[in-house]
Structures are given as structure tokens and as C-alpha cells.
Design a protein around this ligand. Sequence first.
Ligand code: HCA
Ligand code: CU
Length: 384
Amino acid sequence: MSLEQFAIIESTLREGEQFAGANFTPAQKIQIATKLDEFGAELIELSSPVSSPQNEADVRAIVGLGLNARILTHIRCNKDDALRALDTGVHGLDIVIGTSPALRKHSHGKTIDEIIDLAREVLVFVRHQAPNIILRFSTEDSFRSSEADLLRVYLAISELGVVNRLGVADTVGIATPTQVSGLVGLLRRLTHLDIEFHGHNDSGCAIANAYAALEAGATHIDTTVLGIGERNGITPLGGLMARLYMLKRDLIVHKYRLDLLYEIDHMIADMVGIQVPFNNYITGATAFTHKAGIHAKAVLAAPETYESIRPEDFGLTRHVQIGHRLTGWNAVRGRAQELGLSLTDDQIKRATQHIKTLADQQPLEMEAVDHLLRQWEVIEKQVS
Ligand code: HCA
Ligand code: CU
């Protein structure tokens, strides 16, 4: 059900701000929020206004843009933070408190009973202050918390009838898809509230876990552009798109402006001083590059042979590499045709052998391949 009806909570301006290289200026934040809105992110999460005076001003400025996306801010579980956040005019509050033994001991020092009492007090207070606000309660480090503790907390909160959404967070990236599915499914069955999943990528499962959450009934998934966040980050927006595209292409291409993804990934990479990795989902430099002759032949005949994602759905194009030793004559013929050369298949095959011999020494740039093919045509004409 949720694979049809889910929303993205785009947290590049909250979790993403916790990335080592991120120090967004006010103008950059507005640019990011505007682009994410244009992309179709349903909700945009911002750093707490309590975190710094500039961050407070930025929350107000982004709320003031009047975007389609709902604007959320992420705060600790206390009334002061909540009042400061409400004062900015945000549409929603994402409230979080740690429940794992490690965080209870070293972060806030509270027992589970104390957590429940505090959360009750804060959430009821917020709902009283702002009857229409989108209110979410999440436990931090959910997957290192005991299931019994989690259930006590979530059921107590759910019974209050004041929150719209419960969140689960794989704060240290340890969860498996099976564990995520189990917890999300349980909360969905027991509470019937919306469920949000926030997953870190320390062990490479962030996308798979987000997908498992959706399958189990989660309604909201947290992402950041390129997955930036604390340490090596969380579920990347583009990676989640790739995963969902495989199963629900029609839904994804209509729900989101996929043609903006390349620009968004590169914009954030520039802002935080990194490269888009070569193997990045969809927008990496080689995501649509075909090399081996066998692949090139089939892709030129029918792209779906070796492409599960159509680059044109993302406003991108495929590349067939030709000037290397694994090349094949079909790829070379395709290039000769693009160049408008009239070479027979036999002539193309001989040219291909020549390219392979040259490429055994070093690969040829496309320009060199083109030059060689043009020369080949001239020579073949002279010979015949
Ligand atoms: C953090 C908090 C958080 C919160 C997630 C959430 C996490 O450790 O910075 O509120 O949904 O990963 O637990 O990002
Ligand atoms: Cu996080």
C-alpha cells in the first residue's frame, strides 16, 4: 500500500547539514529548498532553530517562501525547543529522543519511564499550542533499543492521540531489511499511525532498509541528496528513486521531476566540496556507459537489454564506449553510421580489428575513433 502512497521527508537541510563538508549559506539553503520543492519532495526538514541564530533565520526564510512542500524542523524533546520552533511558523515538528541503553546512559540519562513522561508532557503541550501542526515523535537509535522498551514508549505516545506520525531511526546503520520490516510492520499494526523510517548507511543497507520499510507499510522515508549526513550519511534521494523506479516506474516518473536529479546531485556535491561518485545511482559519470562489445551491440539494438533504467526518464543519455580492446564491430558500425560514413560490414570489421590492436597499447578517445573511421573510409575508397 505504501509503495503507492508514500512521502519523502527530504532532510538535506537537517541531516545533510550534519555532513562533514556541509556549511550551507542562507542563499544556498533557499536554493536547495526551492529545488527540492520543484523536484516534488513532499516534506523538507530543517535544522532546529535552536541550533544557531542563523539557522533560526533560515527556517523563517524558508517557511516564508511559500513552497508546496511542507516545512518541518527537527527538535529535541523539550518544551523550550518546541516553543522556539513553533514561533517560526513551520508546518511540522519532528521530535526525537534516544531510547537505546547507550543514549540513555551517555546522552540524556533518563529511564524509559522518564522518557515516556517527558514525551507525553511535550507532545500534549505542542498539540495544545498548535492544533494543526504536523507532529511526529521518534525514538533515536531504535534498532539498539529493546523491543519491549520501544513498544512501551510508542504505545504510550500513540494512546495520547496527539501525534500524526511515529518515526523509527537506524541511527548507527546496523539494521537489516528484515529487522526494519519487523519493527515498521509491528508499529503499523498496533498504532495505525503514519510511520517514518530514517536509516543510516554505515553498513550499506540504507536504501534496502528504506525499501523494506515501505513494503512493511511505512508512509514516510527520510532522504538526503547524495545521502549526505553524519558519518557516511543516510538513504540517498537518487538511490531511493532508482530502487522505486524498478518496481513502480510509472508512479515515480509522474510523482517527481526526475529530470532535475542530475542538477540537484551536482549542486549539492559542489556546495559540500565533493565529487558525485562515479558509481552513483543514475547521476554517476558511468551510470549509463556501456563498454563491452557484446553489451554495446545489444544496447544499440534495444537499450533495455542492459538497462533497467531509461536514462531519458532522468533527462540523461547513454554512452557507448568504442575505443578500447573489448569493443565490437557492431558498436563501431553504429558510430560509423552516426558519422554518416559508408563502410561495408567487412570494412567495419577490419577497422574494428585495427582499433583493438591500437587499444592494446592505449585506449582511444572518441575523437580518435572518429578520425580513424573517417580515414578508413577514404582509404577503402582509394583501394576499391
Ligand atoms: C541524530 C538524530 C537522527 C534523528 C532521526 C530522526 C538519527 O543522531 O542526529 O529524528 O528521524 O539518526 O537518529 O538523525
Ligand atoms: Cu540521522
